[in-house]
Design a protein around this ligand. Structure first.
Ligand SMILES: O=C(O)CCC(=O)C(=O)O
Length: 259
C-alpha cells in the first residue's frame, strides 16, 4: 500500500471542526480482500470455541476484541503499520504519529450488543490527550442494521468528562449534559471505507441485528511526542517496567509510522 490517499484542506478543516470524518475507499480491491482475510483469520485463531451455555459478560456481548494483532500475526502487520493510513492520521492531526494500539472489533451476528456512547482518550495513559485519533475500517459493509458507528460532532472539545464504564454505562445526558441537543451523525460504510475520530469525540455503535459478523479493524494513533502518565491500561501494564512516567512511548511497541 504505497500510494498516498489524497486529503484536502477542507477535509482537514471538517475533521478539526467536527472531531470525526468519513473517508471512502481507503483500501480497495485485492488489498482489501487480503486485509479482511488476514484479520478475520487472526481473530478466529485467537477465539476459542464457546460453551453455548456460558453467559457472556456485558463487555463481551459488545464485541470480540483483539488488541495488537500486529504484534502476533505477520499477515496483519503490514496493514496495521501501513503508511497510507498513518499519513492520513498525521494530516488530520497535524503532527507525526506513532501507533498506540490496534484492535479488531467484531460484533457477533444477532447477539452483538450496542457499543454505548463514550470517549476513548480518558481511558488511556497519555499526556496530553487532545489529538489522538482512530481509523475505524469497515472490513465488510456496515449499516445501521449491523452496528455502524455514530458520532456527536464537536464533542472532542469536551475535555473533562468522567470515563464511561462500557460494562455498565451511565446515561449519556447524566455524564455529559452538555451533549443535549447535539444531533448524532451516523456513518454507514462500504467495506474498505473508514471513519477517523478524535479520541475525545463521543461515539456509539448500534447492535448487530444481522446474520453475519460485523467486522471492523481500528488503528489508534497518538502524536509522536505523547508521554506516558502511568495510569493502568491493558496495553502498557504488561510492559510498564520499560516505560517511564513523563517520557515518550518506546518505538518498539509504539513505532512512528507517518513520514
Ligand atoms: O466498533 C465499535 O462498536 C466501537 C468502536 C469504538 O468505540 C472505537 O473504535 O473507539
Amino acid at each position: 500500500m504505497l500510494s498516498e490517499y489524497p486529503i484536502t484542506p477542507d477535509q482537514i478543516a471538517t475533521y478539526q471542526r467536527d472531531g470525526f470524518i468519513q473517508l471512502n475507499n481507503v483500501i480497495t480491491g485485492p488489498e482489501l480482500a487480503a486485509m479482511e482475510e488476514a484479520v478475520a483469520t487472526a481473530v478466529k485463531s485467537e477465539t476459542t470455541t464457546e460453551d453455548p451455555n456460558r453467559i457472556k459478560s456485558s463487555y463481551e456481548q459488545i464485541f470480540i476484541q483483539k488488541v495488537n494483532l500486529w504484534t502476533r500475526h505477520a499477515s496483519v502487520k503490514p496493514f496495521i503499520l501501513s503508511q497510507r493510513f498513518a499519513n492520513i492520521a498525521a494530516k488530520l492531526m497535524g503532527s507525526p504519529v506513532r501507533i498506540w494500539h490496534d484492535q479488531a472489533l467484531f460484533k457477533e451476528p444477532h447477539t452483538g450488543a450496542k457499543t454505548p456512547w463514550h470517549q476513548d482518550t480518558p481511558y488511556w495513559p497519555h499526556e496530553p490527550k487532545r489529538e489522538q485519533t482512530t481509523i475505524w475500517i469497515a472490513l465488510r459493509d456496515v449499516t445501521i442494521h449491523n452496528g455502524c458507528m455514530s458520532f456527536l460532532p464537536g464533542t472532542h472539545k469536551f475535555l473533562d468528562i468522567e470515563p464511561v464504564n462500557l460494562s455498565n454505562p451511565q446515561e449519556l445526558y447524566d455524564i455529559a449534559p452538555q451533549t443535549k441537543g447535539i444531533k448524532p451523525v451516523t456513518c454507514e460504510l462500504k467495506a474498505g471505507s473508514c471513519t477517523f475520530h478524535n479520541g475525545m469525540t463521543f461515539h456509539y455503535a448500534g447492535p448487530n441485528r444481522s446474520a453475519d459478523m460485523r467486522e471492523a479493524q481500528a488503528i489508534i494513533y497518538m502524536p509522536e511526542d505523547t508521554t506516558y502518565n502511568g495510569v493502568n491500561h491493558v496495553v502498557t501494564d504488561q510492559i510498564n517496567d520499560t516505560l517511564k512516567v513523563g517520557a515518550k512511548f518506546p518505538d518498539t511497541l509504539f513505532p512512528i509510522i507517518s513520514n
